[in-house]
Design a protein around this ligand. Sequence first.
Ligand SMILES: [Zn+2]
Length: 310
Amino acid sequence: MTTSTPDAARLYELLPGAYAWVQPDGTWWINNTGVVAAGDGVLVIDTCATAARTERFLRAARAATGDVPIRLAVNTHQHGDHTYGNSLLPATTVLIGHERMREGLRVDPVIDGCPPFWQPVPDWGPVTRRLPDVTTSAGLTVHVGDRRVELMHPGGPAHTTGDLIAWLPEQRLLYSGDLVFAGLTPLVFMGSVRGALAAVDWLAGLGPAVLVPGHGPVLTGADIERVLDEHRRYYSLVLAVAEEGLAGNLSPLEAAGRADLGEFAGWADAERLVLNLHRAYADHAGGDVDLISAFTDATAWLGRPMHTAV
Ligand SMILES: [Zn+2]
């Protein structure tokens, strides 16, 4: 049985000096983060949604890295589960993000109070909006001791419009952020369904030996290709449902109501189908997603507010 309480989170050393902080059960607002430590520096990859969860993560990171300063941090994208804890990082840490990630967090109203689309309504605790000091559009390479970490952008919208992955080419270790949800429903409503599908091939092309997803357990060996294949099939399903819905003049909610999730019906946060369809419809129309109506539809499909244990 998995528990989603904050004390269920663990720091795993994947390779010497490279860690994943994995927070079960990976559902809404409960993310994974990373730490790369070498020589005189530490790089942190993402923070957590709440002050309490971020403090717990940073405590574990400090215990593992022997109080070496966190010189660098990167946000893989703008979403609050990966960024609201930024203000708990040391003031001296240089924070990096994609330029559109920075703009997304700058105007994000949810950090000032979460709307009741989720129950219980999350309380982030004493966090403040902290934006990246350094931005990039195409990506950049950072060096942590002798470790080379490539911060790379998929080339277009995918999970969001400002995604970055952290890739250690020599170790073939990939921190994918939310381009990968391992065993949970992927979410692309602020990115692109086709872009996310293309990003799966881009990630596979790197040939990772170890993959730390944005949510869900760390993947190795054949599990990596299996999970990437699940993403391909899931995005293809979303595109097929959207195509049928558009052809039948159905709303995203109506199309979702008729859809058969098949092998994905058992995945947590299944209501994301509705959000993802809103994206597919918006992409088709060349417009943007109205986030409020998308979340209203997702809770209507579910018949209740979305669940979180953050
Ligand atoms: Zn996300």
